[in-house]
Design a protein around this ligand. Sequence first.
Ligand SMILES: Cc1cc2nc3c(=O)[nH]c(=O)nc-3n(C[C@H](O)[C@H](O)[C@H](O)COP(=O)(O)OP(=O)(O)OC[C@H]3O[C@@H](n4cnc5c(N)ncnc54)[C@H](O)[C@@H]3O)c2cc1C
Length: 430
Amino acid sequence: MGSISDFVDSSPLPPFRVLIIGGSYGGLSAALNLCDLCDGLPPRCGPKAKEGSEPVERPRFTIETTIVDERDGFFHLIGSPLALADEQYAPKAWVKYADIPALQTRSNIKVLHGSIQSVDPEQKKAKFIARGMGVAATELTYDYLVVASGLRRVWPVVPQSSRRKQYLFEVGDHIRAATVGRHGVVVVGGGAVGIEMAAELKLVHPHLKVTLVHSRDKLLSSEPLPDDVKDRSLELLREAGVDVLLSHRVDRTDETVDEYGQSCQRMHFTNGHNLVADHVIMAISQSVPSTSFLPGAVLDDEGYVRIEANLSFPAPYSDDHFAIGDLVRWSGIKRCGGAMHMGYLAAHNIHQRMLYRLGGAEQSRETPVDLTLDEIPPMIGLAVGKKAVAYWPEAGTTSGEDVMKLFFGEDLGFTICWNHLGLGRSCEQA
Ligand SMILES: Cc1cc2nc3c(=O)[nH]c(=O)nc-3n(C[C@H](O)[C@H](O)[C@H](O)COP(=O)(O)OP(=O)(O)OC[C@H]3O[C@@H](n4cnc5c(N)ncnc54)[C@H](O)[C@@H]3O)c2cc1C
């Protein structure tokens, strides 16, 4: 009986075509972990081998991976609150795909800049519209699909530009508008995004008056987290110099002119209070899954993909369709660590299917051996200026500058994510 490698060498199958929709934490993790596995290497986001253990032998075979993204680069979304406060940091947070060594040194990974309009899982085809090419659609065919298109978030929660150059203008305009006046900035919404946006603005512009208003009596009120996380976040935010107004629901905001003849905004709250601001940042929008291109049968009523524990679509598409990251219906708070982990799991499970198709019967493999996603308890790491607060069930609540360093390093997590995904590694170094 031949080995899988023998079988592969004589296999009439063409290279497997893998289409990945979304080139962020989840999508890049799926693409690169799968490349590792098909190159016969340990997957970069998988568990580290125990010292002294025998290396796992994996057959090598070729695949063709196509990543589609509406942006022309990887945007470090976690760094968005800092990018929207600091013109020095903003260029670092967006790296064009053409400048990512891990992608550019592989001839079998192609990145297309544009949008997926529809997916036909029966035919294994997707309609793609290239950025700047009007409405003319191209058809992309695939053997395996990974959907990693995340959530659609509105401005100014995230920049809306699709090109890095345009993004730098967008961010620069925002920072100037937020920092030029006398009355300061009001951030509306005391969820994780509002807290981080307010704290980063204050950190980078210490003389700016920054106020966070929240309609409920606790920050992070819609998150399933213990009260001490919420209370600690409030303490850190106030310590960082942000004015926090709880139980303040915005009634209306009027354009007005101050005593110096400068235009500004007067915010009225339902409790009768009002205050004047130069700039109001709304950080309260409900984000929606970017899944409108998928058949309704695989979505729940909010548009999240109804995955199985192995991250596959529900039957009848479970053999070759996977969804990962923020857009899946699963337990836990949406986090980039979760998206990268799911990317690794999906890569493993797709690799198993490829092996099975290549030589499964000869290897007495009855079925692919899948890895599955555990239930995810509520956990969070939240940057609040120079410090961070973190919570996960085993450790409880922790906070401080050491927690900031551990969770976010020196650059709001950019280097941690870049290294975890091995984006700076060329193919030869893999
Ligand atoms: C301001 C902010 C701060 C955050 N802070 C933290 C934090 O501190 N820690 C943490 O763990 N998590 C944090 N998160 C959450 C974290 O960013 C997400 O969990 C993570 O981005 C999910 O990754 P993803 O790959 O699933 O999706 P995303 O990062 O949302 O990426 C989806 C990609 O798909 C592309 N796309 C969408 N639709 C299409 C389409 N139709 N065709 C082609 N491409 C498409 C998008 O352009 C995007 O690049 C934060 C989120 C925000 C908004």
